[in-house]
Design a protein around this ligand. Sequence first.
Ligand code: NAD
Length: 281
Amino acid sequence: MILIDGKKIAAELREELRQEVVELKAKHNKIPGLTVILIGDMAPSQIYVRMKEKAANEVGLKSEVIRYPEAVEEKIVLDKIEELNKDESISGILVQLPLPKHIDKQKVIETILPGKDVDGFHPMNVGNLSSGYESSVPCTPLGCYLMIKKIEPNLTGKKAVMIGRSNLNGKPMAQLLLKENCTVTITHSKTKDLKAECLEADIIVAAVGIPELVKADWVKKDAIVIDVGINKTDNGIVGDVAFDEVSKVARALTPVPGGVGPMTIACLLKNTIECFKRSQK
Ligand code: NAD
C-alpha cells in the first residue's frame, strides 16, 4: 500500500511555489499578497490562520492577517473587503470560516472579488469550475486532486465516489474528477446503500465528519482512498476512514493527520499565486 504522504507532497509544492514567487518578483517587480480576515477568537480558526500565515511567509508571499473581535459589525467587514478588492498589492482575500451568527456568510463570500477569491467559494468561481472554465478551486479538494494525480496520472474512465456533498469538499471534488473523465458519484446522508456505492469505486474521497465510517469491506482492492475527515475522539484525531483495516486493501491511502490537511494550506498559497498571475495578464 502506498501511504500518500501529504506532508511531503505539500513541502514539495511549497518549494515549487517559493521558486515561482522568486521568478514572479523578477518579472513583475512585485510579489503576490494574501490577506486573511479573522473574526473572533475560536481556537481552531486561530490555529488555521497561524498555519496559513507561516506557510505564506515561508514561500515569500506578502501576507497579512486582519483581526476583528467577535462582535464586529458586518458592515465593517464588508467595507474592509471592498477596500482590499481595490488594493492592487493584494492578490488574494480569505475570510476564515465559520463566522459569528450575526454576519451573513454568503454576503461576505460574494463581496470578495472573484479574481481575489482564494477559497474558490464565490458563485462565479463555483460556476466557472462546473463549466470547466478557469477559476479558483477550493483548497481542500484541490489538494486531494493533486495527491490523486500523483498516484494515478491518467484518471480517464475511473469510477470515483465522493462521500459528502458539501460546497467545500464533495461538490468541487466531483467537478475536478469529472474534468479528468472520471465517472463520478456523489453520495450523502440520504444515500441508500453507501457501502455498495463505495465498492464500485476506483477512487473514494471521504469528506463526512464521521470517525472511521469507511471500513475495509467497503473498499475495492487497489482503490485510491482519500480521507478528508478530521474527527476528535477519545483516541485522538481520526479520519472518516478506518485507516488500519483499509490500508490492507487500498492501493493508496492518506493518513489523518498528515494527509489532506497540509495540502489544503499549500493549495491556498497556490491559489494566491494563480490569482496574482491572472491579474497580471
Ligand atoms: P459538512 O458537514 O458540510 O458535510 C458533510 C457531508 O457528509 C454532507 O454532505 C452530508 O450529507 C454527508 N453525510 C453525513 N452523514 C453521512 C452518512 N452517514 N453517509 C454519507 N454521507 C453523509 O462537512 P465538510 O465541511 O465537507 O467536512 C467534512 C469533514 O472534512 C469534516 O470532518 C471536516 O472537519 C473535514 N475537513 C477537513 C479539511 C482538511 O483540510 N483536512 C478541510 C475541510 C473539512
